[in-house]
Design a binder for this molecule. Structure first.
Ligand code: HSE
Length: 400
């Protein structure tokens, strides 16, 4: 039996415990040696829970036990997860985590430590919950030059946008309902302002290109400015609105952005609704592949952690390479990115719109005293200049 320890018996940690126990036979049928949870670390006690048989309160019991070869870090946050992870790796124990914050901040460093100690640091569950995306990028797509990654990487915002579209509700009303149902956090900022999706695309882009993408280099806009009337316009365009986390390589330059986009039905991400996540990857040889599933939730996320545990269990004493150097990947300023823009202005002067923005498709009659239009392709810089020249811009959403 390969002995495993779990750090943190919260939502994901208790899910990992459950997956390993409930799927014991399934796991043994594919990995004969099998997995056994020897310890679970938590500050709390859990009477009448099977975990109480393996519960410890002192991390040193785990870190100093040579029988434990794999540690699942499901604590979240940076402290003390960073310290515990580092010490586990230095003791030659592989670490599997769902902790995107730690991965995004310290990924290259922790991978180096793992390499130096012939063990592994794997983090399938840190992006897209139960969706296999890190392993495909690391293995199945390793031969591809990645041209772009486009993800719906946040379930909370996808749920809110889906409800705004299907029920014609305002952002604040849907958010309130989502909070009541437990789909959105009490403090929803990390989700609705786009930061959660930003961390995830930073990780995916780092893996796609092997160098470090800094969270703070990615232009990030959330969904708080999306209005119900925007969906009325989108409907007229036969489109919808999604929060996309995107990165791409074009002419040896790298771009990344998190922002709401107008999305047409030709895009496979158009149909990704509710709390579901999906990631569309475009490779230069195989073209597009898409990965879809539950981006959060106890068992989905835990299942992804256990997939990493099995990978490590099959490679005890070896380092599973994840190419992600600490060298910075330069993200080019957004100004050079070319696309179309959906713009709302507080007048209906079609001649002036066309004289400033060019051959725009203009939509009138959606709301009083205004109109909306889709510009021809132009750079972000050109759009900004034209919007400043025009003056009456109410809002802009990029078109995918
Ligand atoms: N708050 C995240 C979401 C959870 O809504 O997708 C998973 O990271």
């Amino acid at each position: 039996m390969i002995k495993v320890a779990i750090l943190g018996y919260g939502t994901v940690g208790s899910g990992v415990f459950e997956v390993i126990r409930k799927n014991k036979d399934v796991i043994s049928s594919k990995f004969a040696e099998g997995l056994e949870v020897k310890y679970v670390l938590d500050l709390r006690d859990f009477e009448d829970d099977p975990v109480s048989e393996v519960l410890v309160h002192d991390v040193d019991i785990i870190l100093n036990d040579p029988e434990v070869s794999i540690v699942c870090e499901t604590m979240g946050g940076v402290k003390p997860a960073y310290d515990f992870t580092r010490r586990a790796l230095e003791n030659g124990k592989s670490v599997c985590t769902s902790n995107k914050e730690l991965v995004e901040k310290y990924g290259p460093e922790l991978l180096q430590i793992a390499k130096a100690h012939n063990c592994s640091y794997l983090f399938e569950a840190s992006v897209g919950g139960g969706i296999p995306i890190i392993r495909p990028l690391r293995t199945s797509l390793a031969q591809e030059e990645i041209l772009s990654i486009t993800g719906i990487l946040n379930g909370t915002t996808n749920y809110i946008l889906t409800k705004m579209e299907t029920e014609g509700l305002a952002f604040d009303d849907v958010l309130k309902r989502a909070q009541e149902k437990g789909y959105a956090e009490k403090n929803p900022d990390a989700d609705v302002l786009g930061f959660d999706a930003c961390r995830k695309i930073a990780i995916l882009t780092s893996l796609a290109y092997g160098k470090n993408v800094s969270f703070s280099d990615i232009t990030t806009e959330g969904i708080t400015n999306i209005k119900d009337v925007d969906f009325a316009y989108a409907k007229k365009l036969g489109a919808t609105i999604k929060l996309f986390a995107k990165s791409m390589k074009k002419n040896d330059k790298y771009y990344a952005i998190v922002a709401p986009f107008i999305v047409s039905p030709e895009n496979p991400l158009f149909a990704v609704n509710g709390v579901f996540n999906a990631i569309l990857v475009n490779g230069n040889m195989g073209g597009e592949t898409m990965y879809y599933g539950k981006g959060a939730g106890k068992l989905a996320t835990a299942s992804a952690v256990v997939s990493d545990v099995l990978d490590c269990a099959r490679h005890i004493g070896k380092h599973l390479e994840v190419k992600w150097d600490s060298e910075k990947l330069e993200i080019s300023p957004l100004d050079g990115a070319v696309r179309r823009f959906f713009v709302r202005v507080s007048d209906t002067d079609e001649a002036r719109i066309k004289s400033v923005f060019g051959e725009a498709d203009i939509l009138t009659g959606v709301a009083g005293g205004e109109c909306g239009f889709v510009t021809p392709e132009m750079t972000e810089k050109e759009y900004k200049e034209k919007a400043a020249q025009y003056g009456n811009v109410i809002s802009m959403i990029r078109v995918d």
